[in-house]
Design a protein around this ligand. Sequence first.
Ligand code: PBG
Length: 328
Amino acid sequence: MFEDQLPLPTKRPRRLRGSASLRDSVAESQVTPQNLWLPVFVREGLTDARPISSMPGVVQHSMESLCKVAESAAAAKLGGLMLFGIPEHKDSIGSAALNPQGILNRALAELRPVVGDDLPLIGDLCLDEFTDHGHCGVLDAAGNVANDDTLKVYAQMALAQAEAGAHLLGLSGMMDGQVAAVRHALDGAGHAEVGIVAYSAKYASGFYGPFREAVNSSLVGDRRTYQIDPRNGLEGVRESVLDEGEGADVVMVKPAMSYLDVVAAVRASVRVPVAAYQVSGEYAMIQAAAERGWLNREQVILESLLSIRRAGANLVATYFALDAAPLL
Ligand code: PBG
């Protein structure tokens, strides 16, 4: 008989899958709350938190609700809180980003005494929430984003956030030379202890869609003259290596799930921690499918975070951080 001639397998990977304890003992990757950073939005003038319709479960915080979520994040032992501010008034140069009374700087100043050093605070260092044109930098006379003029604004913004109490600054604007410019400004002003998270491999992605609602973005058009073309992987590595050389303390890949190849390549190319940002659209896809009962929410949250860690990310920025922490 044909079956009698089938060779029996001698290599049996299934042996190590036979029980939960065996599977646990050979698990190669894990996620801990400390690996997770929670992005949060705080909006000037709100008295109550306001839902973001394209990100069910995520809100624009009032100052009061922001303090509560920071306390929860500290209690859950998350690795960090990433703050985005939404000002009442925008202008062409994003002045509210520099003003110590601007919403983001005020939020940092309020939170720092609440969380101390128990929860790292990461200020978003970018102008798009503060400019009336919605771009991440200032514009030249022709309406193009002016790289070197923007660096001067970023340097001032960095000092405002450092003075307000940020532990780390998240440089998400994708201007050339931004890490060196901000490092120089911080060191010159006595803020050598404030670290830089460089959004190094940040792609011009459709997955940021819901974020635009979250921050009341004014952007018309796109950011393709400064964010990376999704066709390019090596360019993400190049940007990360440049940023490490300029003094970045952490480099980031963003988005995460469609860019796991870039996460792995960057991990192999730098010697600083690598973060990956599971962005608003990635969050929204999982939430929407789970709401319809099309997939198991908790299982998919954990699997998505694990896959990002397995690809090589040391840290994951995710809107699921507080939901995931008790499951870990
Ligand atoms: C811009 C910024 C964006 C995100 C974080 N910072 C949007 C963009 O570049 O258009 C997106 C985050 C998300 O989608 O969750 N500074």
